[in-house]
Structures are given as C-alpha cells and as structure tokens.
Write a protein that binds this ligand. Structure first.
Ligand SMILES: [Zn+2]
Length: 251
C-alpha cells in the first residue's frame, strides 16, 4: 500500500494562504484540515447518505462490472454528489481525488476478489489502472484530465500500477454528452484505440478503467472491449458517479 504524505511545512503555509473550502457548500474548513477534510460536517452527512442510497441500487451494477460511489442526477445543481463531480472535472484539488479514491478502493478490492475469470489460477499481479482520455480541447480548458487524475489516485490508494493504455483517435469526435445512447456507442467505437505497447502491458492483467461519470457506459464499454481483445485477463469499470435515470437524465 503506497501512502502519499503531505510535506510539512509547505502544505501548512498553503492552508494559511488558501484555506480549504467544503466541496459541497464552499464554507471554510478548519485550518490544516486539507489532508482529511473535503466536506464540512453537514455536507459530509449528505454525502454519506448519497453513498448509502446508491449502495441500495448497486447490486445489479456490481454484477455488470461497474463499481461506483454515488448517483449523479442531471439538473440537481445543489446535490452534494453533483457538486463533487463538478469539482473533479473543473477544480482538480488533489485532496478531492484522494478522498474519492479512498472511498472506491475497498470496493475495487471486493470486485477484484469476486471477478469471473477465464483462468482458474489466482491473479497475483497488482491491479492496473487506466482511463479513457478526454478531448484535447477539454483538457486544455481545465488544465488536466480528471479521469487520468482519478486513475492515478486510485492506483496509489490500491497499491496498483498506472498506464496510459487507451488513446483518442485524431478524428473530430463529437462530444458524448450531446448524443443519445445508440449514437454514443457508435461515436465511442471510432473515438478510442489502444495506445502503443498496450497489448504487452495488459496481457493477463486485471485492468481497472476509471472515469468520473458513467452515463450510458458507451465509452467504458468500448475501452473494455479493446483491452479484453488485447489480452487483459479481466476488466473492472470504476466511476465516482453513475447517472441516475430516475433523476431525469437524457438517456
Ligand atoms: Zn459544506
């Protein structure tokens, strides 16, 4: 298990200059809370309730290979999970990635232990983490790729490996969120290909594909197919949130 420690006193100085704020409500958090706290006590309770609610519906998804923490309800701008997903996409605070990685890590261990496998012997390799890259223009806008940061934070939290296994094709891909389910599948199939040397890296490994949000699963499924065809032993899909269609999602 690798541990990432903040380096005192650099982070103490940073906390004084830029005190950490609650991801849910924006309230100032107590000084020096940066490493552990993401939410104020009130938002923390709301987050834990959202995780419990998502768990009640998660059985079917776990069997289908998707591990996630909460539901994302489009249009619920005030929801705590919605604010956290927004934060991951646009703010990029490392403590928030660490927070979700620590929440997902035990679930991933459980999923890996119960995976159906084509091979009878146990997989003794550490999990291998990767992600579907965003469009370059989106990465330029925010300065980072949240799925990449999530994959790296998870690799650290789980003591696993990280590799860039998937890349985007250069064609002008359409943005997934503007498409319906069928169009998303077609678009995803032509938008992602294996990275160079990915086939060597994935042979007989259990690969975890990480993303912030799963809507129809078209992107994750496309990447899973690529990795299985390349020789991965098994694939686990892992997102922070899954779109809750009961909340009025587009698809
Ligand atoms: Zn709060």
């Amino acid at each position: 298990m690798s541990q990432q420690r903040d380096v005192f006193p650099f982070n103490a100085a940073r906390d004084l200059l830029f005190p950490p704020r609650c991801v849910g409500c924006g309230e100032l958090l107590p000084p020096f809370a940066r490493r552990v706290a993401v939410f104020c006590p009130l938002c923390r309770t709301a987050w834990e309730t959202a995780v419990t609610e998502a768990d009640a519906n998660a059985t079917a998804d776990a069997a289908g290979g998707l591990v996630y923490l909460v539901h994302y309800r489009p249009g619920h701008a005030d929801g705590i999970p919605e604010k956290l997903v927004y934060h991951l996409k646009h703010e990029g605070d490392p403590r928030v990635f660490r927070f979700v990685a620590e929440g997902l890590s035990p679930r991933l261990s459980d999923a890996a232990a119960t995976l159906p496998s084509r091979k009878p012997e146990r997989d003794t390799n550490p999990l291998l983490f990767t992600y579907p890259p965003r469009r370059r223009s989106a990465v330029r806008e925010d300065g980072f790729d949240q799925a990449e940061r999530l994959a790296k934070a998870l690799a650290r939290a789980c003591g696993g490996d990280f590799a860039n296994l998937i890349r985007r094709t250069h064609r002008k891909a359409r943005e997934q969120k503007t498409l319906n389910a069928e169009e998303r599948a077609v678009n995803a199939a032509s938008s992602y290909i294996l990275a160079d040397k990915a086939a060597e890296a994935v042979r007989d490994r259990t690969v975890v594909i990480c993303d912030d949000l799963c809507t129809t699963g078209a992107t994750l499924n496309r990447c899973a197919v690529l990795l299985v065809e390349a020789g991965a032993r098994s694939v686990i899909l892992c997102t922070v949130a899954r779109t809750d269609s009961r909340g009025g999602g587009k698809d």
